[in-house]
Design a protein around this ligand. Structure first.
Ligand code: B12
Ligand code: SF4
Ligand code: SF4
Length: 228
């Protein structure tokens, strides 16, 4: 285990993640007396871990060459990497795919002051819709985090909200996201543009376009999503 000092721990974690293209996405201390099952299990703090754009892609694809038969390779890569990092810091790693689902987006809203886009995905002022979470580290002690100031929410001033009008099958409406309609389109001949090039609604967003996933990563995520 590394230095146990609570102050500076998030920075040490960031340094340990850097070789994998992963980034520390902020964290917080669970509220005192919170009745959630995590507090009941003695966890006091959480640090979120994820990626911006295609930062993980070279590391993940290198690992994948050595693990060609793994069924959910990105999940397994995340587990391999983050379980080892967690051990260095005497923490417990948890993952977005763990059941029952952990509230990763609620955690992210608190950790980085992000807000949801009309598509349901959280939007980041710099990275737009091109970021996600690969796991989180839970600590049985109180860590110190820098105070988060208010963040601009790009959707507030977005002219015309193009993300809401680009889906060819109108999967986004006031009623939410129609995943059946979206997957139906991806399975059709007309849906090949989305399947190969990425979600047209997500791509319509002008924020953080320079962080769009590279073509192989875009295809990987769309394939995984289309398969369900
Ligand atoms: C189940 C699930 C889905 C389901 C249902 C989503 C839903 N209606 O909640 C489906 C299959 C539809 C889905 C789709 C996608 N998802 Co999804 N999904 C999840 C998962 C595994 C669990 C969600 C959940 O129930 N959490 C439990 C509740 C208690 O947590 P919560 O934080 O309180 O829940 C929030 C969400 O439910 C959110 N929400 C509500 N409606 C919608 C609709 C959509 C489309 C999304 C993404 C979120 C969302 O609001 C809640 C409050 O903030 C999460 C990981 C996780 N553990 O949270 C990823 C997660 C939310 N998904 C994510 C992503 C990126 C996607 C996709 C874009 C996949 C892709 N191809 O890359 C697509 C969207 C497709 C599109 N065209 O836009 C990311 C979002 C990252 C971000 N920037 O916010 C997450 C966090 C996974 C990750 N590894 O980072 N997803
Ligand atoms: S297109 Fe506009 S409203 Fe839609 S996610 Fe991007 S900034 Fe937000
Ligand atoms: S992937 Fe295509 S069909 Fe699905 S929501 Fe995005 S634009 Fe619509």
């Amino acid at each position: 285990m590394r230095d146990d000092a609570a102050v500076g721990m998030p920075d040490q974690i960031a340094a340990a993640l850097e070789p994998y293209g992963l980034v520390q996405r902020g964290g917080f201390v669970f509220d005192e007396g919170n009745a959630s099952s995590l507090s009941a299990r003695g966890f006091r703090s959480v640090v979120l871990i994820g990626h911006h754009g295609s930062s993980i892609w070279p590391h993940f694809t290198g690992w994948r060459q050595d693990h060609p038969d793994v069924v959910d390779p990105l999940d397994q890569w995340s587990k391999d990497v983050l379980t080892a990092v967690a051990a260095e810091f005497d923490a417990t790693a948890v993952f977005p795919s763990d059941r029952p689902y952990l509230p990763f987006q609620q955690w992210a809203i608190r950790a980085e002051n992000l807000r949801p886009s009309p598509l349901g995905i959280l939007i980041h002022p710099l990275y737009g819709l091109w970021h996600a979470y690969r796991g989180a580290l839970l600590f049985d002690r109180v860590l110190e985090f820098p105070r988060n100031g208010p963040q601009p929410h790009p959707c507030d001033d977005c002219q015309g909200k193009p993300c809401l009008s680009r889906c060819p099958v109108h999967a986004f409406s006031d009623g939410g996201y129609d995943v059946v309609r979206c997957r139906g389109h991806l399975a059709s001949d007309e849906g090949q543009a989305c399947l190969h090039g990425g979600c047209l609604a997500r791509l319509a967003c002008p924020v953080g376009r320079e962080h769009n996933y590279n073509a192989p990563q875009m295809r990987f995520h769309m394939d995984a999503f289309a398969k369900g």
